[in-house]
Design a protein around this ligand. Structure first.
Ligand SMILES: [Fe+2]
Ligand SMILES: [Fe+2]
Length: 417
């Protein structure tokens, strides 16, 4: 390599480092502003985002070909080029790392969440400012630098980036392993273990906030799939067995005797829920949860008691107001917390019972349940609520149909037979 070549190479490396640093500053400023606290962007440990530098070199090469074009035509080509580049980077990061690093699916005019019109236009504007203003200014600065200084800077940066990239790739691989472990073992892990695992991958989760949402959705989906495959084959059998409930009833009432006799709990009879009272609804859910958990050899005592207390709120949810739940609060999200507080006031709860009550509205409440018993109660509640709702709906339709027919009959009495 000639002297001239090595000098040119050094200045390219220093330019690359500088643009990677500028990219990092831009990303940190944007993410920190959005999250209202400092976020270290990118997957490297150090303050560099090489993807920005690579993008900068790409648009400079492109601009070299377009120099005689008017600026608005260059803007359109840049918009198309950065859109293609962003799409490809998004596509390959999903395929190679199985991770979605950003997600525009909530923005309008997006393609598979990887690119969207707003950001493509924004990127194109930034690129135009970069090639017209920033790059000429930076070139003016680097041209004035001593060649020896450039060489030392280039070598130092090359060594540094190789080291950082090695450790970052290793940490990304560990990250992927941990996420995969979380997906499959979430149900079997304790709260502390999940917290510890999430804590160990905190930096990357913070660097890519959309990744967090992606992980949570994947955990939710894998849990739902597993629960569904677990419950489907036994669902029919359980419902059939419910018909012969007599031998189980004594044990069921022995488990919940103290709750059933409590005067505060008996007040649930006064509050409407679905097409009966909360009292009847929670008994139905508790009995179904009791039979399923017993069949699966789980902690059926906790499942039954938790289920019985899952809707322990003393107000009419259709017309609620203070003191229990202010009108502006959403009943669906708030009532599990109110039920936990009421249950704790009058009974002692174990961890499973508390988790059952707190998470029974999942996935409406974002954090998934921790115990198999909680999933069973959540399923029993949804299953029976939808059945109650359907019955009520059928009744109303029937009533309406009878009213209409009655009206028709009054209008046309000769039609009655
Ligand atoms: Fe509920
Ligand atoms: Fe319920």
């Amino acid at each position: 390599m000639t002297f001239l070549d090595s000098a040119a190479l050094s200045s390219y490396i220093v330019l690359f480092a500088f643009y990677a640093f500028l990219g990092w500053l831009l990303e940190v400023a944007y993410r920190s502003y959005k999250n209202k606290r400092f976020i270290n962007a990118g997957f490297l440990f150090g303050p560099f985002l090489p993807i920005y530098a690579a993008g900068a070199f790409f648009v400079l090469a492109l601009d070299h070909l377009l120099q005689i074009w008017p600026w608005f035509l260059r803007f359109l080509v840049f918009a198309a080029a950065v859109t293609a580049l962003e799409y490809l980077v998004g596509f390959f990061s999903e395929k190679l790392f199985k991770l979605k690093l950003w997600d525009y699916s909530e923005n309008r005019f997006n393609i598979q969440g990887r690119v969207c019109l707003r950001f493509s236009l924004l990127w194109a504007a930034l690129v135009l400012i970069f090639v017209l203003v920033i790059h000429p200014a930076v070139l003016g600065w680097t041209d004035g630098l001593d060649e020896g200084f450039l060489k030392v800077g280039a070598v130092l940066f090359a060594v540094y980036i190789a080291t950082d990239a090695t450790f970052s790739v290793l940490s990304l691989a560990a990250f992927r392993r941990k996420v995969a472990y979380l997906y499959t073992e979430y149900v079997n892990l304790s709260n502390v273990e999940v917290e510890r695992l999430l804590g160990s991958i905190r930096r990357l989760r913070e660097a890519f906030p959309d990744l967090n949402k992606y992980i949570r959705n994947s955990i939710d989906k894998s849990i739902k799939d597993r629960i569904q495959s677990l419950l489907k084959p036994i669902q029919k059998k359980i419902i059939l067995e419910m018909q012969g409930r007599k031998p189980f009833e004594k044990e069921y009432y022995d488990l919940i005797g103290d709750i059933c006799e409590h005067e505060e709990f008996l007040k649930l009879k006064e509050y409407f829920h679905h097409n009966s009272s909360i009292y009847h609804h929670v008994h139905d859910v508790a009995y179904l949860a009791y039979r399923i958990s017993k069949y699966l050899k789980l902690d059926y005592r906790s499942a039954t008691r938790g289920a019985l207390l899952h809707d322990f709120f003393l107000y009419d949810w259709r017309n609620h107001d203070v003191p229990d739940l202010p009108r502006e609060k959403f009943h669906g999200l708030e009532h599990p917390k109110i039920a936990v507080a009421n249950a704790k006031r009058h009974f002692s709860l174990n961890d499973i019972e508390e988790d059952i009550i707190r998470k029974h509205m999942w996935p409406l409440t974002l954090v998934p349940p921790k115990y198999k018993e909680s999933f069973i109660v959540s399923f029993a509640d949804k299953y029976l609520s939808s059945k109650e709702f359907l019955n009520e709906y059928k009744k109303r339709i029937h009533l309406q149909a009878r009213k209409i027919t009655g009206r028709d009959q009054k209008k046309h009495p000769e039609n009655s037979c």
